[in-house]
Design a protein around this ligand. Sequence first.
Ligand code: C2E
Ligand code: MG
Ligand code: MG
Length: 716
Amino acid sequence: MSTKRILIIDDEETNLEVLGGMVETLGHETLFAQSGWEGLNLLDHNIDLVLLDIVMPGIDGFEVLQRIRQNEQYKALPVMMVTCMSSREDRLTAIELGANDFIIKPVDKTELCVRMNSLLKIKEARDELHNHQLRLEKIIEARTAALRESEERYALAVRGANDGLWDWDLKRELIYFSPRWKEMLGYKEHEISYEKDEWFRRIHPDDAPAMQRALEQHVMGQSPHFESEHRLMHKDGFYRWMLCRGLAVRDAQNNATRIAGSLSDIHARKQAEEQLRYDAFHDSLTGLSNRALFMNRLERAMQRASTSESVYAVLFLDLDRFKNVNDGIGHVAGDQLLVAVARRLEGCLTSLDTVARFGGDEFAILLDGIEEESEATRIADRLLKSLQEPFYLDGIEMYTTASVGIAISDGHYHRPEEILRDADNAMYRAKSSGRACYETFNKEMHARVLALLETENDLRRAIEREEFILHYQPIIDVQTACLRGFEALIRWQHPEKGLLSPGRFISVAEDTGLIIPMGWWAMNEACRQLVEWQKKFPAFQSLSMNVNLSVKQFIHTELIQNIQQILKESGLAPSLLKVELTESALIQSPEKAKELLHAIRECGIRLCMDDFGTGYSSLSYLHNFPFDTLKIDRSFVSHITENVKNLKIVKTILSLCNDLELDVVAEGVETVEQLEKLRELHCMNAQGYYFSHPKSKAEIEELLTHAPDTPLPISS
Ligand code: C2E
Ligand code: MG
Ligand code: MG
């Protein structure tokens, strides 16, 4: 036994000495007190046992014992009464008051040793137990606190997130699923067991491998926590997106024994995300791929072809005269038709092919991994045939056709745009060879494309070098054959090819936007020229100048500013400038066009509708727009004498113009018969080779030397 500290309380010094000596020889430490009070004061010195005399002056041993036991701290402190009294009554009193043992004076050393030892052992055992209990209590307290805290946190999180819970005993391979977990998948409490398969067999096969990987990683201790987004099969048979999170509990060897966590329903978020992703790559009207997705697939097909023998083809498909559908039956029906066309196209293709809508009535198709060129043409044929069947939209039977351009991969293509451009070109070729057919891009078209490119480059240079000039074609009063004005017509003084007519370059200029600087140059030059002639030939003050305005210029943002600038710089009276526009300027957005036309008229300029009759707009359309003059297209005038139908049309136009108080110019008058007929019909003005070809500045000046009221000399 280790050294203990013994407190001896006795009023007689000799007793203290004797007892003290005995205790010390047993190897214990001693503290002495000569009175009850003194003894009580020494109790807090870590005393292991008290030897207490009963008969003492002041407070006696009983009272000291009583006070010791009253203190909670010393309830279990062993107290041995040392007394000469041995009456039964005294002993009983002492035991009642809480003494642990007795020893009778004179004390026998052996007896003291035995009795003390047994008391000290009991105390030691009790102390140990007590300490253990204290430790235990502390641990429990700490744990419950932690548990309470985490439980609270969890309860809060669960309540907030509406999560399901799971707790997986990895040893026994059982999983506890909370009622909410089951409810999230549409099940009642009793419908789902503790089997782990209740979870695993419901995972979408596409998501299972990634989820397994994440789980294994965490179990192996390679990730701080487990997290996986996967689809779970709901009781209703549909998959729901879930977010599953968990944390492993590990044993002393760091092996996972348990893993527990939560399940959150993220279906709505996932669907929204998927929708966004889908929208980014699909055409909202037809649900087909959009240009971005198509280009992406095309690029991949190109990459594959560059490392293998695989062949692919791009088909460009454009509906014929779709504008007529939109204008004729409205945009809603037009949209319905586009959707129906999309479905037919899909019906002709396999899931390996991509069909995309590029906007409007343009579709592109990628045939990936075809055997040979003939397969592409066979499919094009099938597409065209499928579109030949009538469409039924809201009970209305409708027909449409399409033109298709095909470009086949041949190793020359490096960028998706290149093959698309060629398919597009082939499609235009199909259109111009009568529509409702397909064309395959070939070498000759390639040459044509190159020539166009060359023209474009040439044109750019020509604008910089100012290689353009204007010719002027007289406009004549039909009744008197006197000169009324001119139409300015552009020519290109090409350094190698000589003088080129607009037919050789205008369409390229339109396509490339070069028409804009070119057109403004022409208007500026024409106005400047007329003012110069007014000064040089004062008799001709009322001659007007017609200038062609391209659609591109018309919709250009600086339209009005440019016109005003030109009028200001040239000093021409606005009323002498007539701007010629074709119907195509009005078709796209009639409301906007109307606004612009009014703005032009606000400048004091006259408006002239060019090539009337070749476009789509009906006669009734005309009074909607503020035109001053209408030019009847050459195609009507040229057959006016032999074709009754043409004659009727011209008559109708003329009578309408009369009603609307519009000025009229008949274009392309080439013979005297045509002129006579127009005179007969009271057509006011004419323009054509019969009177004069477009003429150079010098030739016109020659004309202007005649008096203004003499008929124009008829050109041969
Ligand atoms: P347009 O505005 O309809 O001009 C009339 C065209 O018919 C001119 O062709 C003219 O030479 C031709 N022509 C006139 N009388 C007769 C005839 O009796 N018989 C035949 N067969 N043809 C006749 P050109 O000069 O080749 O111009 C063609 C088109 O180019 C013009 O058609 C116009 O649309 C466009 N254009 C010409 N100059 C310009 C311009 O400065 N700006 C813009 N935007 N376009 C222009
Ligand atoms: Mg014209
Ligand atoms: Mg014309």
